[in-house]
Design a protein around this ligand. Structure first.
Ligand code: GAP
Length: 471
């Protein structure tokens, strides 16, 4: 990882560890490079992302069904899909120091914005020489020719080692959907057009993983395969591009100037696609792919029909015609979106008293903790009322109770967790003590994380007040 990139991500990585979002993998055994474990707050954030996606793309849509297919599939699936032959990256070795790199990444780093590196290895080799690409490790300019490095992880099934038992960990969840297409149309009988969505782990033996959780070898995907009549795919491709972008902007509140849609040049397209756009985000290390939206034609179903001999046609009873549907696929990485949400939310603010506060401005719907209940004293009736508010809220929302340290420190901790609301309970709430303001009896003070403004809310209205804001 380049020095500049390390600096840009360093503070975020450190916050993620300090506050229990993301830990380095296998740390007590000196770690395992580029693996990460999601801690209590990270796993909650991840769950919220997956729930929100599922609700928007599957559960709330009558035209989309859900699926949960296996990670291990018959290897013939990957032969048919083209992954065994084509799912590879151009690997080059530095002849001087023997470090290995992705040739396309070295070119993209050197040529920057707007450069297009295609998939033809001869062209890539020529570009490496023409652009005088240096080895990032030793600075020499002497590389091997690019060669195809297949990204699929292999393992063996059963107790007997040897050929015939080889299987792959899936590099995308999509094929699990394609190989169940026949099952779905025969048994569930949806009408065209319809989609099938699934969330699950995928594995790729990436040559250069890195940039924190941006590129890892084990990650989760949220994929939708939307099947439609041939000839309507351009319209649906446009529809899903818009739908996905709106979700990021409106539902998740991601900063619009940090998002853009980039149409692939023909030489960049995957073997199955006749049109692909990436939603890109401006990460601290530059623009990077967040979401791939691809028009996958009928490539996958046609291939599976050829290889399996099982018909993949849909019969349209109204038009009285039979066809293999075309597919539009919005494919999004859970971890990639989580990194976007962290980068977008992260802020270090200078306060009027000269102090600094680190804050995660998460949209309330993704925030891992929705509210924190903070009694101003940790005994007596104030504590009792705070505890009872907490007990009442926790059955519906992920809320925290905190009575340790000063109120200022408790606010700072919740700011770093991205908790949108802090509910304070004090003597005014219980209407007891010297100088209490009786107009505030039975009310709590709610501090807004972003504006730091305070609002009084009656205890009996709290649940509704919160529900309106965090769902
Ligand atoms: N089924 C199509 C497909 O898998 P992709 O563009 O290779 O397309 C889709 O991947 C999304 O999965 C990417 O946009 C990214 O969000 C996520 N993704 C892919 N490789 C990843 C990796 N190594 N680490 C984390 N996320 C990854």
């Amino acid at each position: 990882m380049a020095k500049k990139v390390q600096d840009a991500l360093k503070d975020l990585v450190s916050l993620c560890k300090r506050r229990g979002f993301i830990f380095p993998g296998s740390e007590i055994y000196d770690g395992l490079a580029n693996t990460w474990d999601y801690g209590p707050y990270g796993s909650e954030l991840k769950r919220n992302i997956k729930d929100l996606w599922w609700r928007k793309f599957v559960a709330s849509r009558p035209d989309v069904l859900g699926l949960d297919s296996s990670i291990l599939l018959n290897p013939k699936v990957w032969q048919a899909s083209g992954h065994v032959g084509n799912f590879s990256d151009p690997l080059i070795d530095c002849k001087a120091c023997h470090e290995r790199f992705r040739a396309d990444h070295l070119l993209e780093e050197k040529l920057g914005e707007g450069c297009t590196v295609g998939k033809n290895f001869q062209d890539i080799a020529a570009m490496i020489v023409e652009n005088q690409i240096e080895c990032p490790s030793c600075g020499k300019k002497d590389f091997t020719e690019p060669r195809a490095f297949n990204l699929m992880f292999q393992t063996e099934i059963g107790v007997v080692e040897g050929a015939g038992n080889k299987v792959y960990l899936r590099p995308e969840t999509a094929q699990g959907i394609f190989i169940n297409f026949r099952n779905i149309i025969d048994n569930v009988r949806p009408k065209m057009p319809f989609g099938v969505g699934q969330i699950g782990k995928s594995f790729r033996n990436e040559i250069t993983p890195g940039n924190f959780i941006f590129r890892t070898r084990e990650f989760e995907q949220m994929e939708l395969e939307f099947f439609c009549e041939p000839g309507t795919e351009v319209e649906w491709y446009g529809y899903w591009k818009k739908f996905c972008m709106n979700w990021l902007l409106q539902d998740l509140g991601i900063t619009s100037k940090k998002l853009r849609m980039r149409e692939h040049a023909p030489e960049e397209l995957s073997h199955y696609s006749n049109g692909t756009s990436d939603v890109e985000y401006e990460f601290p290390f530059g623009w990077g792919e967040l979401w791939g939206i691809a028009s996958r034609t009928d490539f996958d179903l046609t291939q599976h029909q050829k290889e399996s001999k099982v018909k993949q046609e849909y019969f349209d009873p109204i038009a009285n015609k039979r066809y293999i549907p075309y597919v539009v696929e919005p494919s999004l990485g859970v971890d990639r979106l989580l990194l976007v949400l962290l980068c977008d939310a992260y802020d270090v603010e200078k306060l009027s008293d000269g102090e600094e506060r680190v804050v995660l401005h998460f949209h309330p719907s993704v925030a891992p903790v929705k509210a924190a209940v903070l009694p101003l004293v940790k005994k007596g009736k104030v504590k009792e009322v705070a505890e009872s508010i907490f007990q009442n809220l926790i059955s519906r929302f992920n809320v925290e109770y905190d009575e340790t340290q000063s109120i200022g420190k408790r606010y700072r901790r919740q700011d770093e967790l991205g908790t949108p609301y802090c509910i304070t309970v004090d003597f005014d709430t219980i209407g007891e003590g010297d100088d209490v303001d009786l107009s505030k009896k039975g009310k709590v003070t709610i501090r807004d994380r972003d504006t730091m403004q305070q609002e009084l809310v009656a205890i009996e209205d709290l649940e509704d007040w919160l529900a309106k804001r965090v769902r």
